[in-house]
Design a binder for this molecule. Sequence first.
Ligand SMILES: Nc1nc2c(ncn2[C@@H]2O[C@H](COP(=O)(O)OP(=O)(O)O)[C@@H](O)[C@H]2O)c(=O)[nH]1
Ligand SMILES: [Mg+2]
Length: 438
Amino acid sequence: MPTIAAIATPPGRGGVGVIRISGPEAGAIAGQLCGRSEPWPERRAVLARFMDEEGATLDQGLVLYFPAPHSYTGEDVVELQAHGSPVLLRAILARALDLGARMAGPGEFTRRAVANGRMTLDQAEAVAACIDAATLRAARQAERHLAGEFGHFVSGLMEEITHVLAHVEACLDFPEEDVPAPLFGELRSRVERELLAPIEASLKTAAFGERLFQGATVAIIGAPNVGKSSLLNRLAGRERAIVSDIPGTTRDVLEVEFEVAGIPVRLADTAGLRDSADAIEREGVRRARQAAGSADVTLLVADATRPETWDVDAPADIRLMNKVDLVETPGAWAEAFLPVSAVTGEGIDQVVEAMAQRLEAMPAAEEGLVVTRERHRRLLEQARMRLEAGLAMLGDAASLDLVALEWRGAWSALGEILGLGDVEAILDRVFSEFCIGK
Ligand SMILES: Nc1nc2c(ncn2[C@@H]2O[C@H](COP(=O)(O)OP(=O)(O)O)[C@@H](O)[C@H]2O)c(=O)[nH]1
Ligand SMILES: [Mg+2]
């Protein structure tokens, strides 16, 4: 294995910047870089000077040495903590490359950790998820995955399949007529109870889980001047969109990020939908329709003081009746619209609640482990399909070997979540999404 190196901290200036080196030459390269001939003490910070090829000091910092196998990658790892200057960090990295390290590819440190059995593939994905998490709720889920909870769930299912298969294999050894009849019923209920039920339950969390990490989009649409921009400002908790009593003020789509039940949401304010002679406003209306078309949730806003805006049939996920502070009693719209006021804040909590429901956010209190990645969901679905295919054929001894084939397929699909199987191909796919230095 060649020794690899990369800057592990993000681009830009900071108090500290870290360069990571991993591989058999890591200690030696760091030694030459710092002009140190004696070996590095294990996992203890050493103050050192980082030097260029002429021996001139580039920077001072700390060196941490983690010998194999007890390191992040399972190889010898050195972390150089320099000052967080991009210029210095690049110069130190260049020196490490001169001394024989190779520039690490995206996610290569974590990939080596997987290859060396330091973590399973789902845990490696959780490393990326931890870093990418945009909300605390997402970060908490990522941490549970990183700790191996999801991997534990999956390997539990695999173990159960192995037990079931052992029974099937045992029957295969019987002469056909001797297979005890109650066995099929037992196998069936065991597969349903111990495998299909938990897989089903976890798949139910996937829509929420994927949104937790990828985020969702919500578009606010409606006629001009109903208070769309005011509502966006209210929901986002700050003044972002320009509010005015002049219809047609908002033209371009304006997005703000905020959280609904821990899900990162991009909330889009749009131009009021109307026919306009103004070319720019017309383009705004076109973009508004486009934003509504691609949004996960659309919020249609109407104005309690203007009955012509109470369009009950307009397609929308949630309908809001704004400016209820201006009317005494709800109008004929009461059935179809949630009453709100962007000015007083009335009804805003209910809007957020309605969005959370639409986004299938479960209450945080009941939150179990959540399926967070499309890759995991697809493999769980595949496992479910193969388990069901096996069940459909279960009934006579003659087809038992076909049943076993399906259930072995289910086992492999689950194994792929953990990175078993055609390892290299799976790793290529997963790690292409990583950033360098991880
Ligand atoms: N009284 C009252 N006025 C509102 C409310 N929401 C918006 N407005 C007013 O309605 C006008 C249009 O608001 P704006 O947010 O620009 O509407 P948009 O064209 O739909 O984006 C402005 O004068 C706002 O101050 C509300 O809930 N109550
Ligand atoms: Mg507006």
